[in-house]
Design a protein around this ligand. Structure first.
Ligand SMILES: [Zn+2]
Length: 429
C-alpha cells in the first residue's frame, strides 16, 4: 500500500467557508488530490479508510505552547525539576499534544535553555512521536519582571534557571546569539509586565524593556532567520512590538484604540495569540487546584478576562489573525486540554466554529512559517489530518474528546489509525 484514501468524509479544508463531502488521497507525506464528489479518486494500491460521513480536517496548531511546563503553580517549581526528568516530562507532553490532535506547536518559551530544541530534533528524527515544533528560547526578560525569580534564581546555574535575565541591548544580543547557536527557531522576549508582578513595578500595564533592547532582539533574529515572539499585555508594549515588527504578539490584553489601529495596519504579517486559556481557568477553576482567590483578586482577574474578550472581539472585526493557544501547562490549565481554546474562541470571543478552526489550522500553518504547505487540506500540502467522529461545526467542544479523534495523521503517517482500519488490520493477521 503506497497511499491512503479517505473516502466518504466531510471535508473542512481550512479555507472554504463551509464543509463539503468528498475524498482525499494521501501519498508519501502529502495530500495529492481532493475530490468534491464520492468514488472519484483512484483506489488501486492504496489503503481505503471509509470515513462513513465523519469529518476530515487539518491537524491543529497550538500557537502558545509550553511543552516543558508541567503543571507548576509557582515558577520556582520549574527550576527544581532536574534536567533529566524535565526532558522526559517534555517528551511526554509532546506525545500528549499529538494525541489530542495538535500536529503543530509554536513554542512560547521553554523552561530550560535546550528543552525545546532537543525535543524538536528528536521528534524530527522520528525518535519520539510529537507535533511539528518551532522551538523557543526561555523567557528573555529584564530583571524584576515575569520570569525573573529573584535572588534564588540568580544562585542557580544557567542551565536550570527558568528565564534569561537581560538588562541591556548587549545582554539581549548575547542571549539571542547563544540561543541561535543552540538551534532555537524563536526568540521569546517579555516586553511587558504581568499579573502578580506589581510589587516590582511590573504589572500588566507596565512596559519593561527599552526600544533599544527590543530593536536588538529583532535585529539578531533577522540576521539569523529567527522569529520573535513577545509577551505584551500593556498598550504601550503592543505598540512597541508592532513598530519593531515583532512577528507574534501574545496577550495584548490592554491594547487601546491606537494599538488596535497599529495591529490592523500590520495584519498581513503579524500574529496575535491572546492566550485566553490560562486567564479563564485561573479566574474560574483555580479552586479545583486548591487556590482560592479573595474578592479583590477575583475582581481583578474578571476585569482582565473581560478586557481580553473586548480586545479579541475588536481584533476579529478588524480581520487580524488571532490564534488559539493558551499557556496550557500552568497549574490549573493542564497540558492536553489545549483544544479548549477553540471553544473559548467560540463561546467567549464571538468566533464561529469555522473561524476558530481556520485560525487553528490555516493561520497555524502560516504561524509555523509554512503557509504554502501546512494547515490546509489541499493538493500539495503536508498530510497532517484529523478524522473526527462528529461535526465540530455543530459542536466545537468535541475536539477536546480524545475518543472523537478517530484518526490522527502527521506527514502522511498515522499516529492513531482509525478504529475501523485497526480492526481490519487485526482481522487480516
Ligand atoms: Zn506563556
Amino acid at each position: 500500500m503506497s497511499g491512503t484514501l479517505f473516502s466518504d468524509v466531510r471535508i473542512i479544508d481550512g479555507v472554504s467557508a463551509t464543509s463539503y463531502p468528498g475524498e482525499v488521497l494521501v501519498e508519501g507525506e502529502r495530500v495529492v488530490a481532493v475530490a468534491r464528489a464520492p468514488q472519484t479518486l483512484p483506489r488501486n494500491g492504496v489503503e481505503v479508510i471509509d470515513g462513513a460521513g465523519r469529518t476530515l480536517m487539518p491537524g491543529l496548531t497550538e500557537a502558545h505552547a509550553h511543552l516543558s511546563f508541567c503543571g507548576a503553580q509557582d515558577l520556582h517549581e520549574f527550576t527544581r525539576i532536574p534536567v533529566e526528568e524535565h526532558l522526559l516530562l517534555t517528551i511526554e507532553n509532546a506525545k500528549l499534544l499529538l494525541e489530542r490532535g495538535f500536529t503543530s506547536c509554536f513554542s512560547a518559551a521553554a523552561a530550560k535553555p535546550r528543552l525545546d530544541v532537543v525535543v524538536r530534533n528528536a521528534i524530527d528524527a522520528g525518535r519520539f512521536p510529537g507535533p511539528r515544533l518551532r522551538a523557543a528560547t526561555q523567557e528573555m526578560t529584564p530583571s524584576g519582571n515575569l520570569g525573573d525569580l529573584d535572588t534564588i534564581e540568580l544562585s542557580l546555574p544557567p542551565q536550570v534557571r527558568f528565564a534569561v535575565t537581560c538588562d541591556s541591548p548587549d545582554a539581549f544580543r548575547a542571549a539571542c546569539r547563544f540561543a541561535a547557536r543552540e538551534g532555537v527557531d524563536t526568540f521569546k522576549v517579555n516586553v511587558s509586565g504581568d499579573r502578580g508582578f506589581d510589587a516590582w513595578g511590573a504589572g500588566t500595564d507596565a512596559t519593561v524593556i527599552t526600544d533599544e533592547e527590543l530593536a536588538t532582539v529583532v535585529q539578531v533574529a533577522r540576521g539569523r532567520g529567527k522569529r520573535v515572539a513577545a509577551h505584551a499585555t500593556s498598550a504601550a508594549s503592543v505598540k512597541m512590538c508592532v513598530r519593531h515588527r515583532v512577528d507574534v504578539i501574545y496577550h495584548a490584553a490592554m491594547a487601546d484604540e491606537e494599538a488596535l489601529d497599529l495591529l490592523e495596519s500590520a495584519k498581513d504579517w503579524v500574529f496575535v495569540g491572546p492566550t485566553i486559556g490560562f486567564p479563564y481557568t485561573l479566574t474560574h477553576e483555580a479552586d479545583r487546584y486548591g487556590v482560592h482567590h479573595d474578592a479583590a483578586t477575583r475582581r481583578r482577574l474578571e476585569a482582565e478576562l473581560e478586557s481580553i474578550v473586548t480586545v479579541c472581539q475588536a481584533l476579529r472585526r478588524r480581520g487580524i489573525r488571532v490564534l488559539p493557544g493558551g499557556d496550557y501547562g500552568l497549574f490549573c490549565n493542564p497540558q492536553g486540554t489545549n483544544a479548549r481554546d477553540l471553544e473559548h474562541f467560540v463561546k467567549l470571543l464571538g468566533y464561529t466554529p469555522m473561524e476558530a478552526i481556520q485560525a487553528a489550522t490555516r493561520h497555524g500553518g502560516a504561524l509555523m512559517g509554512r503557509p504554502d504547505e501546512l494547515g490546509q487540506i489541499r493538493a500539495g500540502f503536508l498530510a497532517d489530518l484529523l478524522l473526527v467522529d462528529g461535526d465540530p461545526l455543530d459542536d466545537i467542544g468535541i475536539l477536546q474528546d480524545p475518543e472523537r479523534l478517530d484518526g490522527i495523521m502527521k506527514g502522511g503517517r498515522f499516529h492513531k489509525r482509525p478504529l475501523e482500519a485497526r480492526r481490519r488490520l487485526l482481522a487480516a493477521e
